[in-house]
Design a protein around this ligand. Structure first.
Ligand SMILES: Cc1ncc(COP(=O)(O)O)c(C=O)c1O
Length: 346
């Protein structure tokens, strides 16, 4: 039976062409800065994002952690959304390892954080009782708000706000290229106001491992040391970087196809009695949907019955699920998924 894995865009497996690029990669010791392929990926990323420098890191989680630690000291505070990945799903790393507290403010359904809420979160630096506000984190696309795309206007307003309050701005762009194709904008334009930016190579772009962090030379210099402290200094990492280069050269434009399939899938699911789309999806490649209260099946059984039909999905709340389109989801996958939903709910 064919299986279609909609749980995440992290599940993609490298294509034959990507594996070939990996096999042929020229490598060296990247901790000594001597891996030509890693160096090439970092230079390529810096140019693509319009930043001075970039760093290859093991994961989006490490990229965000290193970005926060490079810009905050122990006792500082980072302001972020309640639906933000750094707050929800990075095991509290910035606090656990960096002594940085997290001030969370609500995300609006469109993924933004209201400026008035950001303003209310800024601490009084002169009061010894309070931590010191240092950084704001935005997420683009915003995963748990439904893969929403932040507008350029909004990011510019937050950047102005940060400047006015002496705060740095970090963009968690795990799916930055999904946002870029949705807005039809160059990524450099989208992140021009950010002090640091991360994006993942191992999500919709289809590489097996790795994320990139970009920013000023000074920031990346600090980040390189922090990466080493965290045990993320990899040696002949060019084999992985080659997959990243291949992904950036071949898999960006095709993200549009994932967005079209997400729309087709969402339309198909929305027509099924007992299923409702949630979080206003799809905005990009993420679909959230829920089973109506009167549907007599529990969350786990529903997931299992779909799995029996070769469709893997993930629950995000009781009776609510996330489905993600990506490189390994074809038109057939979309059709099979709609068919399986219909059969299970019949
Ligand atoms: C918005 C966002 N940021 C960061 C990450 C972390 O990426 P990784 O799984 O590579 O650590 C994810 C992963 O799903 C994500 O969705």
């Amino acid at each position: 039976m064919r299986q279609f894995d909609f749980r995440s865009d992290t599940v993609t497996r490298p294509s034959d062409a990507m594996r070939e690029a990996m096999a042929k990669a020229v490598v060296g010791d990247d901790v000594y800065h001597e891996d030509p392929t890693v160096n090439q990926l970092e230079e390529m990323t810096a140019k693509l994002l319009g930043k001075e420098a970039a760093l290859f890191v093991t994961s989006g989680t490490m990229g965000n952690l290193v970005a926060v630690l490079a810009q905050c000291q122990r006792g500082d505070e980072a302001i972020m959304g309640t639906q933000g990945h750094t707050f929800l799903h990075e095991a509290g790393g910035v606090s656990v390892l960096g002594g940085v507290s997290m001030f969370t403010v609500p995300n609006e359904p469109n993924g933004t954080i209201k400026l008035e809420n950001l303003k209310a979160a800024v601490r009084n630096h002169f009061d010894v009782h309070e931590p010191i506000s240092k950084l704001v984190i935005l997420e683009n696309t915003q995963n748990f708000c439904g893969g929403t795309v932040l507008s350029q206007d909004y990011v510019a307003q937050v950047a102005d706000f940060c400047k006015a309050h002496g705060l740095a701005l970090h963009i968690d762009g795990a799916r930055l290229f999904n946002a870029a194709v949705a807005l039809d904008l160059p990524v450099a334009e989208m992140v021009k106001h950010a002090d640091s930016v991360t994006f993942c190579l191992s999500k919709g772009l289809g590489a097996p491992v790795g994320s990139m962090l970009a920013g000023s030379k000074e920031l990346i210099h600090k980040a390189r040391r922090l990466r080493k402290i965290l045990g993320g200094g990899m040696r002949q990492a060019g084999i992985l970087a080659a997959a990243g280069i291949y992904a950036l050269e071949h898999n960006v434009e095709r993200l549009r196809v994932d967005h079209v399939r997400a729309k087709q899938l969402a339309d198909g699911l929305a027509e099924i009695e007992g299923v409702s789309l949630t979080r206003g999806t799809p905005h990009t490649n993420l679909i959230f949907c829920a089973l109506d209260e009167n549907v007599e099946i529990d969350t786990q059984s529903f997931i299992e019955k779909l799995a029996e039909r070769g469709i893997l999905i993930m629950d995000v709340a009781p009776r609510e699920f996330r489905l993600v389109t990506h490189l390994d989801i074809s038109d057939e996958g979309v059709e099979e998924c709609i068919k399986a939903f219909k059969e299970v709910l019949a």
